[in-house]
Design a protein around this ligand. Structure first.
Ligand SMILES: O=C(O)C1=C[C@@H](OP(=O)(O)O)[C@@H](O)[C@H](O)C1
Ligand SMILES: C=C(OP(=O)(O)O)C(=O)O
Length: 449
C-alpha cells in the first residue's frame, strides 16, 4: 500500500483524517437525479496563470476549488499576485508578466497542470529567481521535454536535485523566441506550457512536434483560452506546427466550463446501475476530451441526450462489451472504463495509454492490481489492459494517492456490496465533493476514521 503524500492536500481537501470509505449500492430504486459538477481543472489552472500574466484584472467564474487549483493560486499569491475569491469566482490582478516577488519559494502540490504551465510563465519575466517544489509523486513525473524546449528558447532553469525532475530553479531572463521542437508523446501539458509562455518571447515562437501528441484536445483548450486572452496562434490541422506571435494577455471576465472528466464518473454511475443522471451545467459543446466517453457509453448500450444546457445519460440492463478501444485521446478515463468493464457482456480492451503510467500513479498497474483483488481477470500490457467480465467480490482496495483510482473504484461499490476504499481523501486533487455528490444521488457512503 502506498503512503499518501498529505502535504499535497490543500485546505480545500476534506477527508484527510478518514482511513477508508465503504460504498454501498442505493437500496430499492434506481439512481435518478440531476447534479452540478465542479469547474474544470484544465480551464481553471490555465485561466489562472494567463490571468496572472495578463495586463489588467480578470474575473474567472465557476473555478474548481480543489488541491490542484489551490496550489496554483497559492503559488501565484507567493509571486505577489493579488487574488480575491468569493464562492467559485476569483478575481486576479494581472502583473503584465512582471512578477512582483522575484524571489519566490513555491510549492505546487501534485498538479501536472501547474507543474507544466508555471515554468514558462516564470521564465518570461525579465528578472527573478524562484524555486518550484512539487509533491513526492509530481517530483517523479517527467518535465524534461518542457524544460529543454524553454532552455532552447533562452530560459535559464536548473534542476535542484535530480536531472529532469522537480524541484527546479527558474531565473527570469526572458525568452528569445525562434524555432523550437518539443515531444508530445509523454504529456500534452508540455506543449500547453510552452504555448502559454510563448507570446512573451522577444520574437515569434515556431513550435514543431516531431512525434505525436497524446491528448490533442488539451492543446486546443490552451489555444482557445489564449485566444480569449487576446493571442491568436497559427496552427496546422494536426497541431504539429504552431506559430505564436509576440503579444500579451489582456485581463478578461470569463465563465469557465464544468469538468467533463468529473462528469464522466456520474454518467458511468447511471450506466452501471441502469439509472439516469442529468448533469445540469455541462454541454457536449466542449473541447474537453473526456466528453467523448459519452460515445463509449452509447456503444455500451446507454442512451444519451445532449441538451442545450445539460447532458443526460440513461443506463441499460446489460452493458455491452466486446470492445477494443484506443483511449489515447481521453486517457484520464481509462480507469473509469476499466471499472465498468467487469459488468459488460464481453471483454473490453483499452489501448495506447502507456503515458498514464506517468500520471498520479502507474495507473495501468494500479487498476490491474485492484481489479484482481476483486476477483476480476485482467491482462496488463505496456500500453493498456483487457478486462474480462466477472462478478466483483467484496474487497478492501487501495487508491494509490490517485483521485482517479479512488473515483473509479467507488463506482464498483455502487452495485456491489462490501467495497471499501482506503484514503478516500485523495479525490480532493480534482473533486473534493465526490463522495458528497454520490450521497446526494442516494449511494450509501460510510467513513471509517
Ligand atoms: O492539460 C491538461 O489540462 C491535462 C492534460 C492531460 O495530461 P497529459 O497530456 O499529461 O496526459 C490530462 O491527463 C490532465 O488531466 C489534464
Ligand atoms: C493526469 C491527471 O492530472 P495532472 O493534471 O496532474 O496531469 C488527471 O487529473 O488525471
Amino acid at each position: 500500500m502506498s503512503t499518501p503524500d498529505l502535504k499535497a492536500r490543500s485546505p480545500w481537501s476534506q477527508l484527510n483524517d478518514i482511513q477508508s470509505v465503504k460504498i454501498s449500492p442505493k437500496p430499492h430504486q434506481p439512481i435518478d437525479g440531476g447534479i452540478r459538477i465542479p469547474g474544470s481543472k484544465s480551464f481553471t489552472n490555465r485561466a489562472l496563470i494567463m490571468a496572472a500574466l495578463a495586463k489588467g484584472t480578470s474575473t474567472l467564474s465557476g473555478i474548481l476549488k480543489s488541491d490542484d487549483s489551490y496550489w496554483c493560486i497559492d503559488s501565484l499569491n507567493k509571486l505577489g499576485i493579488d487574488t480575491e475569491i468569493e464562492g467559485d469566482v476569483v478575481t486576479v490582478h494581472g502583473c503584465n508578466a512582471n512578477w512582483p516577488n522575484t524571489q519566490a519559494d513555491l510549492y505546487i502540490g501534485a498538479a501536472g497542470t501547474t507543474a507544466r504551465f508555471l515554468p514558462g510563465a516564470l521564465a518570461v519575466a525579465k528578472n527573478g529567481n524562484s524555486v518550484v517544489k512539487a509533491s513526492k509523486r509530481m517530483s517523479e513525473r517527467p518535465v524534461e521535454p518542457l524544460i529543454h524546449a524553454l532552455t532552447d528558447l533562452g530560459a535559464n532553469i536548473d534542476y535542484l536535485e535530480k536531472e529532469g525532475f522537480f524541484p527546479i530553479k527558474i531565473k527570469g531572463d526572458g525568452l528569445k523566441g525562434g524555432a523550437v521542437r518539443i515531444s508530445g508523446k509523454i504529456s500534452s501539458q508540455f506543449i500547453s506550457g510552452l504555448l502559454l509562455a510563448s507570446p512573451y518571447a522577444e520574437n515569434e515562437v515556431s513550435i514543431t512536434i516531431p512525434d505525436t501528441i497524446v491528448q490533442h484536445e488539451y492543446v486546443r483548450i490552451t489555444l482557445g483560452l489564449m485566444e480569449k486572452f487576446g493571442v491568436t496562434v497559427e496552427v496546422s490541422e494536426d497541431l504539429n506546427h504552431m506559430v505564436v506571435p509576440q503579444g500579451e494577455y489582456l485581463g478578461q471576465d470569463l465563465p469557465l466550463e464544468a469538468d467533463a472528466s468529473t462528469a464522466s464518473y456520474f454518467f458511468a454511475l447511471a450506466a452501471l446501475t441502469n439509472g439516469r443522471i442529468r448533469i445540469t451545467n455541462l454541454t457536449a459543446e466542449t473541447n474537453q476530451p473526456d466528453i467523448h466517453m459519452l460515445e463509449i457509453y452509447e456503444k455500451m448500450g446507454c442512451q444519451v441526450i445532449k441538451g442545450e444546457d445539460y447532458i443526460e445519460l440513461t443506463g441499460t440492463e446489460q452493458l455491452i462489451g466486446g470492445l477494443d478501444i484506443s483511449m489515447k485521446e481521453m486517457s484520464d478515463q481509462t480507469l473509469t472504463l476499466a471499472a465498468l468493464a467487469p459488468f459488460a457482456s464481453g471483454p473490453i480492451t483499452m489501448r495506447d495509454v502507456e503515458h498514464i503510467r506517468h500520471h498520479e500513479s502507474d495507473r495501468i498497474r494500479a487498476i490491474c492490481t485492484e481489479l484482481r483483488k476483486l476477483g476480476i481477470s485482467v491482462e496488463e500490457f505496456q500500453d493498456g489492459l483487457t478486462v474480462y467480465p466477472g462478478t466483483p467480490q467484496a474487497a478492501i482496495l487501495d487508491s494509490y494517492d490517485d483521485h482517479r483510482v479512488a473515483m473509479s473504484l467507488a463506482l464498483i461499490g455502487t452495485t456491489v456490496s462490501g467495497i471499501i476504499i482506503r484514503d478516500p481523501g485523495c479525490v480532493s486533487k480534482t473533486c473534493p465533493t465526490y463522495f458528497e455528490l454520490l450521497q446526494q444521488l442516494g449511494i450509501s457512503v460510510e467513513y471509517v476514521m
